[in-house]
Design a protein around this ligand. Structure first.
Ligand code: AMP
Length: 213
């Protein structure tokens, strides 16, 4: 099963992709996570991506297309994968079509998680993540028992550098201008579905599973 999860920043793609990955035993391919790891490791990709990520803009298509082309060729993708945060431009979607055709693969589901823009700003600016296990927290909706510490493991909570309000608003503008048109690329293919991401996380997950079967 090859799946694309779409939706604006903060809609819950990452959280839902992690849960789907666990339930269906297929890897979550998050270009955001891969780029953050590259920036942290100081690789050439990381150095080229850093400025765009800090401003909330998009990293160039050639970089992310290259990352995904390499990644879907790895052994753990043989039985499927979840694309989380890719494709984000029509050019990326077209490049993805090409690389899938070349490998005799296809996308089975494209699911768009929708959400209200102002709610997204509140959601994103309050969020933090455990640096060890990846569990997500929120300053208002899901506080940890001890401030700055994960409830599930010994990890400390970190906040993404691009989760400040100014950058978040830029990311949302970029989403509406460059990523929303990607929906049109998939809308008429018969594989496209929409889920309301304003609902509770568990309810969104149930609806996703109902679509995936
Ligand atoms: P995310 O974790 O998906 O919110 O991505 C964080 C940042 O990484 C974005 O704001 C972009 O700067 C960059 N990024 C992630 N995925 C892509 C992509 N498919 N195309 C271009 N830039 C991306």
């Amino acid at each position: 099963m090859n799946l694309i999860l779409m939706g604006p920043p903060g809609a819950g793609k990452g959280t839902q992709a992690r849960r789907i990955a666990e339930r269906y035993n297929i890897p979550q391919l998050s270009t955001g996570d891969m780029l953050r790891a590259a920036v942290k490791a100081g690789t050439s990709v990381g150095l080229r991506a850093k400025a765009a990520m800090e401003s909330g803009g998009l990293v160039t298509d050639d970089i992310v297309v290259g990352i995904i082309a390499d990644r879907i060729g790895e052994a753990d993708c043989a039985h499927g994968f979840i694309l989380d945060g890719f494709p984000r431009t029509v050019a990326q979607a077209t490049a993805l079509d090409g690389m899938l055709t070349e490998r005799g693969l296809k996308i089975d589901h494209v699911i768009d998680i929708t959400a209200d823009t102002e709610a997204l700003v509140t959601r994103i600016t309050g969020r933090s993540t455990c640096s060890l296990c990846g569990e997500g927290y929120h300053a208002v909706y899901k506080k940890p028992a001890v401030a700055g510490e994960c409830d599930k493991c010994d990890g400390t909570l970190t906040t993404r550098a691009d989760d400040n309000e100014e950058t978040v608003r830029n990311r949302l503008t970029v989403y509406h201008q460059q990523t929303a048109p990607v929906i049109e690329h998939y809308r008429n293919g018969g594989k496209f579905k929409t889920i309301d991401g304003m609902e509770a996380m568990d309810s969104v997950f149930e609806k996703l599973c109902a679509i995936l079967g």
